[in-house]
Write a protein that binds this ligand. Sequence first.
Ligand code: ADP
Ligand code: MG
Length: 452
Amino acid sequence: MTRDQWGQVQKELCKTVGQNNFKTWIEPLEFGSIENGVAAFDAPTAFLGNYVSQHFGDQILYQMTAVDPQVRRLKFGVAAVAGRPAQTAPTSPAVHTPTPSAPKYALPSAPLDERFTFDRFVVGKPNELAHAAARRVAEGGPVTFNPLFLYGGVGLGKTHLMHAISWELKKSSPSLNVVYLSAEQFMYRFVQALRERKMMDFKSLFRSVDVLMVDDVQFIAGKDSTQEEFFHTFNALVDQNKQIIISGDRAPGEIKDMENRIKSRLQSGLVVDLHPTDYELRLGILQAKVEFYKRQYPDLVLASGVLEFLAHRISTNVRVLEGALTRLFAFASLVGREITMDLTQDCLSDVLRASERKITVEEIQRKVSEHYNIRLSDMIGPKRVRTYARPRQVAMYLAKSMTSRSLPEIGRRFGGRDHTTVMHGVKRIEELKAIDGQMAEDLELLRRALEA
Ligand code: ADP
Ligand code: MG
């Protein structure tokens, strides 16, 4: 493999592991050589080599074999640094051997992430339905809903759940042919079959699958012949009563440039969504991760309040949250220091800055008027009828709780109202929130929409 080819592999990896992971873990690797099927890398530290081997080994191997089919294993050593001889690490170099793959004649599944199992999936309110549905499918048994369609925003656990189903089925029914693919890989295989005139093989391979999972189906929207083939594959499997699991970034009906007959097919089973995480779930995920790290690095000390701080401050997606924690642990273990609030803020300043999105009173007013279907001018204007007054109070309440604006400042942004009017509005909504379920729900929805 040439340096150029490694560059190519790196590009693919950046896409699959995400930019943050890529920068932290893969970029620091120095590609050495390939000998007897073993690709050797130098990592700046043994920790990094071990970590990469454990977490990204399968993916690196997968991408490397696509370029050079000879590669069978990866090996991570420690790079020589001026003044320090190479390979001083007490441990032997981390070696990554691929997870055993399916028999040759079967359609190979894309590699599964070994961390994406059910026991490492933290269940909370936002994902409990999706989790329950995934569990149900993973039990095997008669197919009750087909397909299972999971959807939700980036980094909320769709891929994790799909891999978990796959791991579970492999364990309980090793003879089943369970295939997990991204929609992109589906398309790639399809195009390749067309090019090599192997459509018959393609069709029969896909039709011999027992459980098919296609991740990120929105990818094939607008790609007409791939959609068409997907539709046929899908129907053939459903006819044979084979379980299908699909994920997407939005509900089937909302996917643009997707044929209607496919949309309605995708809706014909069970459709469940993963909601944006809430604070409790984020904290739970962090705690679970820490438990796990503590087993690996028993000496690390974590100051109290750090996890709460992260769960509070990083609300974008779980991938970012995890990346932040991983970086923190890696850093602390490298420098041998306790993880304090100060260390956290130093080490994660870029992540924290990026997720520090200030919500403005104007944004709140816009969202709230959209939600209640009134005009922005009526929300800010003088009209006092309930249809406008209530949404106005809701917006005041959110402005008070989600921004750092003072009551007089908020009043000014609501057509120059007095601060006592704002205070009254905020109080009224607080009261309603406690007794009126609909109001509590509206507030929660709006808050989420604004934080997204
Ligand atoms: P998606 O496919 O929805 O974009 P992923 O399944 O890739 O998201 O999840 C992103 C990262 O967050 C993964 O590392 C995954 O393990 C983690 N993650 C997401 N949700 C959870 C959860 N509920 N419990 C534990 N880890 C989670
Ligand atoms: Mg995914």
